[in-house]
Design a protein around this ligand. Structure first.
Ligand code: ATP
Ligand code: MG
Length: 402
């Protein structure tokens, strides 16, 4: 998938461009409010992007010399200029600076789609790298979301030989890093967000917990006050530069549905809802399902994970399947002894006891997540960003009454 970076001084136009790109196809976008010079300090983190779109009101604000330098150092980045005056003279000057395409404003969707399609074909010839993005969301506090997200992340890196990044976006008391590592996180998401302007690849790497060479964690805020310091546009930048570096990115979203978690959900190929076999969880699961439907996330991207399952949960499980209209994608059994030992020592459960039922179910989940065909990628939501629907939501499709 092409990773596109867009700069503009105009926030409304940024959103409009992202929306049009969504209509063109399945592209990953990152917005930066400002002129191209605001990217200079960001060093080699810009290497994560395939396309740079500069929206400018004039050649002066397009900062051609700056873009020229940025492009010269990164021949793999294709740049597109959006400008009201797309005259032949503008075209010549922009091309000299390294822009591949110049499109007039108002932006014509067909021209934009054609430009992106040309770049996509070129990149396909060179072989592109796909990242699978998977979110874990709690139906109710304490459902086991962090335990599952962190252990599945470990299992995917360990048994499936993938490069995995776990991002703890849980905004209450993010603790996912401590469940699979005894290392003190060198930094946290809000700390990283505070420094995005000077974040190059080495700096990014130094902020992560390195559980192994192929499993890294970006630690959560730790408490809701610090979590409130995470700004959406900064998180968007971190995701823009982080995602292409991994085969799989896993989000622990906790219980929150807000602009930050929507940023993650918008990018997710799979959304796993974690719940237990009890009526309070069934009711909460149903509410969450309604919210996701109202935000237009397609049901086929959603999966249920039934955690802490025991044989006493049979009736509640039947009610759950009836009310939510879905069968659990994976059942994870209750195993208080092994799970307590795992979380208390910060050791992945598969390392402690690979053959236990809880480990086997998590390994099976990891394997299923990875083996999902690339076809599911195409099912990813296109079009307008979900945020606009979050605040001006269309009515939810009818779900089964409880
Ligand atoms: N399958 C299981 N068997 C036994 N205990 C479990 C299982 N899954 C989770 N637990 C226990 O449940 C507790 C809560 O788990 P976890 O922190 O992952 O929940 P959470 O949904 O992330 O909670 P929060 O809402 O606080 O973020 C942990 O103490 C863990 O030991
Ligand atoms: Mg949690």
């Amino acid at each position: 998938m092409i990773n596109i970076l867009i700069t503009s001084e105009n926030a409304a136009r940024l959103s409009q461009i992202v929306s049009l790109i969504g209509e063109c196809g399945n592209y990953r976008t990152t917005r930066v409010a400002g002129r191209p010079s605001s990217l200079v300090e960001r060093g080699d983190s810009l290497d994560a992007f395939d396309v740079l779109i500069v929206d400018a009101s004039s050649l002066e604000t397009a900062e051609l010399p700056v873009v020229g330098k940025l492009c010269h150092r990164r021949p793999q980045v294709t740049s597109i200029l959006l400008i009201p005056d797309a005259s032949p003279q503008t075209l010549i000057e922009a091309m000299r600076a390294g822009f591949r395409d110049v499109l007039g404003w108002p932006l014509n969707k067909t021209s934009l789609c054609e430009a992106l399609s040309r770049i996509e074909s070129q990149l396909a010839l060179n072989g592109t790298h796909e990242t699978q993005i998977v979110s874990f969301l709690s139906c109710k506090g304490g459902a086991g979301t962090s335990f599952i997200a962190s252990n599945v992340a470990h299992a995917i890196s360990d048994s499936q030989q993938k490069r995995v990044l776990l991002i703890d976006l849980s905004q209450l008391f993010g603790d996912a890093a401590f469940l699979v590592s005894d290392e003190k996180p060198p930094s946290s998401l809000p700390q990283m967000c505070a420094q995005v302007e000077r974040m190059d690849a080495a700096f990014f790497d130094a902020c992560l917990v390195h559980v192994s060479d192929t499993f890294h964690i970006l630690a959560g805020a730790g408490d809701p006050v610090k979590a409130s310091e995470i700004k959406e546009e900064r998180l968007e930048w971190i995701l823009g530069i982080a995602v292409p570096r991994y085969d799989v990115v896993i989000f622990d979203l906790g219980q929150s549905i807000n602009p930050l978690s929507i940023l993650a959900l918008d990018r997710s190929n799979q959304i796993h809802l974690v719940l237990q076999a009890s009526m309070p969880h069934v009711r909460a699961g149903r509410r969450l399902q309604e919210i996701l439907a109202s935000l237009a996330y397609p049901a086929d991207r959603t999966r249920l994970l039934l955690n802490r399952y025991t044989r006493h949960g049979e009736r509640a499980r039947a009610a759950l399947e009836e009310v939510l209209g879905m069968r659990p994608y994976q059942v994870i059994p209750e195993d208080t002894e092994i799970v307590s030992e795992s979380v208390n020592h910060g050791v992945p459960v598969a390392k402690l006891s690979r053959n236990s039922a809880v480990s086997r179910s998590l390994l099976a989940l990891a394997s299923n997540i990875v083996s999902l065909s690339a076809g599911s990628e195409e099912a990813r939501l296109k079009g307008e960003p979900r945020l606009s629907r979050f605040f001006g939501r269309s009515p939810a499709p009818k779900l089964k009454a409880m």
